[in-house]
Design a protein around this ligand. Structure first.
Ligand SMILES: O=C(O)CCCC[C@@H]1SC[C@@H]2NC(=O)N[C@@H]21
Length: 248
């Protein structure tokens, strides 16, 4: 495995959550650090949901120093989802079964194969680090009944494609892809990331529903704007949504 220069790596057999481990390692964190675990006993997903982590799946968090304002740093969820897409294409040799779902899920044949959880950490007043947690269903997916009623069907790379990948090998592909995408983001900003993300986006031009805690908005998925917001065309006009769960 060729590991990207400047990125540290911690490998753990078992941990509660690589997100919790990232928070514990914050005091001694210097540059970007990947934290990989073979097993997680208390993995968490977006919006406080539990995340199933059977053995053979990838669980990792990238702890990144964060120099920009939170809104810009958060665009790394698009950087990370593109890196995941690159890694999937690299290990399978196929691009067409994969797509990206706003804000940062990766789909395989329309099912969810990977999720990303972004958290800010540290600092007094302003956060000093970003923790990018990545879970990939390589070997097994949770049962459909284990996810929310309208959520996408979970799927896993091995059972769906016949491509069996060891989590450590996948991490190598992901870390290399992330380093390339991060370098592009640092040099050129969000524009090329946005263009590449939109080229792989699921359901552009189709009706989707965005659910925030209290309300739902249904509209045609037009684009993702230069701030990373989801843009829906609705009977009331165009609506830009910063954070929501999307249902197809
Ligand atoms: O809800 C989602 O789609 C995001 C899932 C993120 C899961 C990963 S697994 C590695 C890291 N550790 C955690 O506890 N969660 C993230």
């Amino acid at each position: 495995m060729s590991w990207p220069q400047g990125y540290g790596l911690v490998t753990l057999e078992s941990v509660d959550s690589t997100m919790a481990e990232a928070a514990r390692r914050l005091p001694e964190a210097r540059g970007p650090l990947w934290i990989f675990a073979g097993v997680q006993t208390a993995a968490r997903g977006r919006r406080g949901r539990p995340w199933a982590n059977p053995p053979g799946n990838l669980a990792a968090t990238l702890l990144m120093p964060m120099a920009e304002p939170p809104g810009v740093a958060a665009l790394r969820s698009f950087v990370a989802s593109l890196a995941l897409l690159d890694a999937f294409v690299g290990v399978t040799g196929r691009a067409e079964p994969f797509a990206l779902k706003w804000p940062n899920d990766v789909l395989l044949n329309g099912g969810k194969v990977a999720g990303i959880l972004l958290e800010t950490l540290g600092g007094r007043g302003a956060a000093s680090h970003l923790a990018i947690g990545i879970g990939v269903n390589l070997a097994a997916a949770p049962a459909a009944e284990a996810v929310e009623p309208r959520a996408l069907r979970p799927t896993a790379l091995g059972p769906e494609t016949g491509v069996v990948v060891d989590p450590v090998d996948f991490l190598g592909a992901l870390a290399a892809a992330y380093a390339r995408r991060e370098a592009e983001f640092a040099a050129l900003g969000f524009a090329p990331v946005r263009t590449a993300w939109l080229a792989a986006a699921a359901r552009i031009g189709e009706a989707v529903t965005a659910r925030t805690g209290t309300s739902e908005t249904t509209g045609t998925f037009e684009t993702v704007d230069p701030s990373g917001n989801l843009v829906l065309r609705t009977p009331r006009g165009r609506v830009a949504i910063a954070a929501a769960d999307i249902f197809f």
